[in-house]
Ligand binder design. Sequence first.
Ligand code: FE
Length: 351
Amino acid sequence: MMIRLLPLAAALSVLLLSACSPTSEQAPAAATEAAAPAGDPVTLVIYSERKYPFLEPIFAAYTAKTGVKIETRIDGADALIERIAAEGATTPADLLVTVDAGNLWQAAERGVLKPLASPTLEANVPVNLRDAQGRWFALSERARTIFYAEGRVDPGALSTYEALAGPEWKGKLCLRSSSKVYNQSLVATMVERLGADATREVLKGWVANLAAPPFADDTLLLKAIAAGQCEVGIANTYYLGRLMKEDPAFVVRPFWPNQTDAGVHVNISGGGVVAASDRPAESQALLEWLSGDEVQAQFAALNHEYPVKAGTALDPIVAAWGEFKADPVDIAVAGRRQAEAVMLMNEAGWR
Ligand code: FE
């Protein structure tokens, strides 16, 4: 159990309870009882890849409702996972919140997340968007889809991700760097669906069609489509949401590919309780709250994402893009096939 500065009464109750609760399996009960005395605020520490200004209003609402204080430490997913692993039993981290199933899968593989049995999370989060062992759960969804320049490209000419490898798109396609996990996850799901050989051929076709070297981020890519540097590209939907909020006349639109077969590639933001957290019950309660009716609409809308909980209202900018069929694949595939995806991207010359 980690050491934390606590008011004396709470510190004593933690010590007393931990003395009779030697295993981590018994820690949730200890944490719950330790939290009981009024006036002893619980503080949860969230290691987050998500930027604090984005999460701040949500955490402020939780503190107002429950009295539970929340501190965030922001860094990249890889750095946060390594930090939790290095800190071991003394980690101050209670929750890990990050984006992309590939990152969450890596965290689970690294052993830093605690398996949860939560009827609330299991009810709120679709089964293909959470870990089978309950170590991570999606909190929002983002489609990684095709974008085109409205007025310059006939959306009727678009059909599937694979079709962007065709010669008619020569010199017209923009892609982000292959080092970004978003693209690795997209390719991992393609390998699952098409197999390695067919995926490699698609990737070679994409690289042959590039209008410009791969971009460093999705925003630059969407702006390049708007500016006429390329006609089509692949990016996450919320980047367009941000650009359309700034400029409602921004001319790029999403196209929903593969609607007669697999569906659109959907990835997630999500989180899990840190295995070495000394507040697992409170951490689970926060994760459950984030997945629920009270906050799902706000959580998704703040970054123009899609809620995970069925029946939640959409952000108006997102709703205007229309409905689509999403790929129902188990998103853990993004992690399981990540190494294979990276190899195929290298083989295809995608930098
Ligand atoms: Fe992003």
